[in-house]
Design a protein. Structure first.
Length: 135
């Protein structure tokens, strides 16, 4: 893994959270987008080399809505940049980590992503992410 790519934070409402995080971080949200496959809307902030991603569920039964119902708003995951996501997934699988998908998915910010189950990562949801190849 190359570096910490972003920190994901679950929120009920981007409309409420974006101004709060703009004030907290002293920087503007530079991008919002919807990721249909994950049933989320995201908002991104940049702090130096690291990004902060706010995640709002687009459905009442989405993963983020379920997370917030159970744990409240807050830290959802940490993401690490990788060069070759499939190779990294195989290395993690071979090392005994439980992946939440067998193939990378399309994620926010033009990335391919795969999550490692928190049960095999010390209680932390870890995301592997790689830039999507140019078409």
């Amino acid at each position: 893994m190359e570096k910490l790519e972003h920190i994901g934070i679950a929120v009920w409402s981007l409309a409420e959270a974006i101004p709060r995080y703009e004030q907290l971080l002293g920087t503007n949200c530079y991008k919002t987008e919807e990721v249909d496959s994950e049933k989320v809307r995201t908002a991104f902030f940049r702090q130096g080399e690291t990004k902060i991603e706010l995640l709002e569920s687009t459905t009442p039964d989405g993963v983020i809505a379920q997370f917030i119902e159970k744990r409240g708003e807050g830290l959802h995951h940490i993401a690490f940049a990788v060069t070759d996501i499939r190779a990294e997934m195989e290395k993690k699988r071979a090392a005994g980590f439980q992946l939440l998908s067998s193939e990378p998915k399309t994620g926010a910010d033009n990335k391919l992503v795969c999550f490692i189950h928190p049960m095999s990562a010390g209680g932390v949801l870890v995301e592997l992410c790689a830039d999507r190849p140019a078409d």
